[in-house]
Design a protein around this ligand. Structure first.
Ligand code: AMP
Length: 189
């Protein structure tokens, strides 16, 4: 499974909840990058400047990281990717990884929300967590990138008939209910 959504749409929160309910491993590329930044690893040092600017970490770096993570034993029976793929080149790369493993995507969830709602949410989160990429200029840049690049990713999965769009506005538990319903509908289809 994949979960895709603009910054601030709650995909990390929903990914954790889906992971608990379905017993599937959730992998967040943003979390892996942040852990590497905190640990000051070479990957973290390389990723930090892009993340702080709200830019995508280059595909070559991100793809290698995902490929390494997906070669671990805990994902053999399936996984939920949160925040990847974000570019059409990443879609192609993931297609190759999955083809090599004889796996296929069952469902791609897209959380939707209005830009102004997202900016307000993220400015609130900035006060709580102090994430270095949560200031207004960077937030707007991340939203622009989502519209310019990641919506093309969503369109690809829509063409394949595996996309499910879920309204991301509302209480966390309400959104989880909608997400779980969407997953069940896709599984039944
Ligand atoms: P997130 O926590 O998903 O919002 O990701 C935080 C930041 O990590 C993003 O703004 C990017 O700088 C970087 N990042 C996460 N996933 C990707 C990806 N699939 N491709 C490129 N950069 C990514």
């Amino acid at each position: 499974m994949l979960i895709i959504g603009p910054p601030g749409s709650g995909k990390g929160t929903q990914a954790e909840r889906i992971s608990e309910r379905l017993g599937v491993v959730a992998i967040s590329t943003g979390d892996i990058f942040r852990a590497n930044v905190t640990g000051e690893t070479p990957l973290g040092i390389e990723a930090k400047e892009y993340m702080d600017a709200g830019d995508f970490v280059p595909d070559t770096v991100t793809n290698k990281m995902v490929s390494d993570r997906l070669s671990e034993a805990d994902v053999e029976d399936g996984f939920l990717l949160d925040g990847y793929p974000r570019t059409t080149a990443q879609v192609d790369y993931l297609d190759q990884i999955l083809a090599n493993r004889d796996q296929k995507l069952d469902v791609v969830l897209q959380l939707t929300a209005d830009d102004e709602e997202l900016v307000a949410r993220l400015l609130g989160r900035a006060e709580e967590t102090g994430r270095s990429d949560d200031n207004e200029a960077v937030i707007r840049h991340r939203l622009d990138l989502y519209h310019e690049q990641t919506e093309a990713v969503v369109a690809k999965y829509a063409e394949r008939g595996i996309l499910s769009q879920v309204d991301g506005i509302g209480r966390i538990s309400e959104v989880t209910d909608r997400v779980m319903l969407a997953v069940k509908e896709k599984q039944a289809a």
